[in-house]
Design a binder for this molecule. Structure first.
Ligand SMILES: *[C@@H]1O[C@H](CO)[C@@H](O)[C@H](O)[C@H]1NC(C)=O
Ligand SMILES: *[C@@H]1O[C@H](CO)[C@@H](O)[C@H](O)[C@H]1NC(C)=O
Ligand SMILES: *[C@@H]1O[C@H](CO)[C@@H](O)[C@H](O)[C@H]1NC(C)=O
Ligand SMILES: *[C@@H]1O[C@H](CO)[C@@H](O)[C@H](O)[C@H]1NC(C)=O
Length: 444
């Protein structure tokens, strides 16, 4: 439906541009990720002043930075390069250093570009409070994949021409860091691939197993594929067995994952009886048009008591898998994403434990009317424009060096996100703050 709406808008534009727009619509946050028309159409300036505007506490659960005096988010800088879809993980050996990654946005420097790359660098907080590369970012050496061209049909035929990775997420598993990214697929038009992240930068030597994602591996899917798959995440149970989670809505889909990319059957039906009441109560309702619910981030495991409390011991009743999903709307050609935290059990059948009862508001986000106005609004539309700023959450990690997959309520999380497809940013928040106001399934 979305594609048809866009088509109507851009019928006068050359078909190549139409296709690029369609492609960009499918990828990443929205129209960003490289194939953007905005450069050609120009953009309107916008101001952000989060002190004005409606009180968000009525509609949202607001989270605040634990480290900044102004309690707001910080921006992430990849040298002079523009980037989108950021991730942050603690550096394995350098103190006060984090590894930051994002999709490079080349802004049409080359005509008809079909080439994509992911950036990576070691980064630290500069005196302006930005998390900034310590030396120029480099392209991650992720090879382009050769997919099955015949799976990209109709208006998606153009996807077969893609070269390189899209919208990588970088995250720690229980033992080592990984990346999942979109690339040309053997099973559908565009699939999701996984790779040991230590292959992609100077990580330092660490023990590894040759069969554990040292080569790019396409993750398979237990149920019907979409033409363009994205936002899949991995999770691990209490025994360290890994799984892939494909969808949270309209229903969950997840399965056991092997290192060769093969998967078992969809396990969601085993949790569906418990999940359905809870999801009915807490999942946001989706409008009939231009709205949807998407998975957004990788997962972490969190034990819901304090690390500082000697009585706090992780077990099957207090430890859950955390992920963030988003309610996307795309009215009047501007995307807005409302994020929600979700916890599900870390042992079979992995039933949902709780969902944010209100969407999360990152302190500093532009309120009503402060979103970036899309080009081409009529004067009347500009007058009544009241959308909020588009914050698109892409990844979560623990801030502290040495912490990988698991943490506690009093540990600090990094939440990484893109702003209006122009800026990359992050915020450090207490896990317990993010999870405050969680609607529990036990009382659904
Ligand atoms: C990093 O900090 C820890 C704790 O303060 C310290 O034990 C360690 O030696 C430091 N490592 C480096 C490489 O500076
Ligand atoms: C993938 O790995 C699983 C588990 O080790 C194994 O059962 C299966 O045969 C493998 N598939 C292929 C195609 O190698
Ligand atoms: C978790 O809760 C269940 C049900 O109340 C109980 O049977 C089990 O012993 C608990 N497990 C632990 C480790 O406390
Ligand atoms: C857990 O830690 C947080 C943050 O340090 C603190 O505010 C809270 O009171 C602690 N909770 C308990 C139950 O000790």
């Amino acid at each position: 439906m979305l594609v048809r709406g866009l088509k109507r808008l851009f019928l006068p534009v050359a078909s190549f541009l139409l296709l690029t727009f369609v492609v960009a619509t499918y990828f990443g946050s929205s129209r960003g990720a490289g194939w953007s028309l905005r450069g050609g159409l120009g953009s309107l300036p916008f101001d952000r002043d989060s002190s004005s505007g409606r009180d968000v506490s009525q509609t949202h659960h607001e989270v605040f930075s634990v480290s900044r005096a102004d309690k707001k988010f910080f921006t992430i800088k990849f040298g002079e390069l523009e980037a989108t879809n950021p991730s942050i993980i603690p550096h394995p050996s350098l103190n006060d250093t984090w590894i930051i990654t994002a999709q490079h946005m080349s802004r049409g420097a080359v005509k008809d570009t079909v080439w994509f790359a992911e950036l990576v660098c070691n980064a630290a907080f500069n005196k302006n409070g930005q998390l900034e590369c310590l030396s120029p970012p480099m392209n991650m050496p992720i090879a382009a994949t050769i997919g099955d061209r015949t799976k990209c049909t109709g208006e998606l035929a153009f996807f077969a021409l893609n070269i390189g990775p899209h919208d990588a997420r970088v995250f720690y598993g229980p033992r080592f860091p990984l990346t999942i990214y979109g690339s040309n697929s053997m099973f559908t038009c565009f699939g999701q691939w996984v790779l040991d992240f230590r292959m992609l930068m100077d990580w330092g030597y660490e023990h590894f197993f040759q069969n554990e994602f040292r080569t790019p591996t396409e993750i398979q899917r237990p149920s019907a594929y979409g033409a363009i798959e994205k936002n899949w995440f991995m999770f691990w149970d209490l025994n360290g067995q890994m799984y892939a989670h494909y969808d949270v809505a309209p229903k969950r889909v997840f399965a056991k994952l092997e290192y060769n990319g093969s998967v078992g059957q969809d396990l969601a039906p085993l949790a569906a009886a418990q999940d359905s009441k809870c999801m009915q109560k807490y999942m946001p309702s989706v409008g009939p048009k231009l709205e949807s619910i998407h998975q957004a981030t990788n997962s972490l495991a969190v034990t819901l008591c304090n690390r500082s409390d000697p009585k706090c011991k992780p077990d099957e009743n207090n430890t859950f898998v955390l992920t963030i999903f988003q309610h996307k709307s795309f009215h009047a050609f501007h995307s807005v994403y409302e994020p929600y935290a979700m916890l599900f059990r870390q042992s079979a059948p992995f039933e949902v434990y709780g969902i944010s009862s209100k969407p999360i508001w990152i302190h500093g986000r532009g309120k009503e009317g402060q979103g970036k106005k899309p080009p081409g609004l009529t004067p009347e539309e500009v007058q009544t424009w009241n959308q909020t700023e588009m914050f698109y959450i892409t990844s979560i990690s623990w801030k502290t060096h040495g912490q990988k997959y698991h943490g506690y309520s009093d540990d600090v999380l990094f939440i990484s996100f893109g702003i209006e497809d122009e800026t990359t940013a992050g915020i450090d928040v207490l896990a317990s703050d993010l999870l405050q106001g969680l609607g529990l399934c036990s009382i659904a």
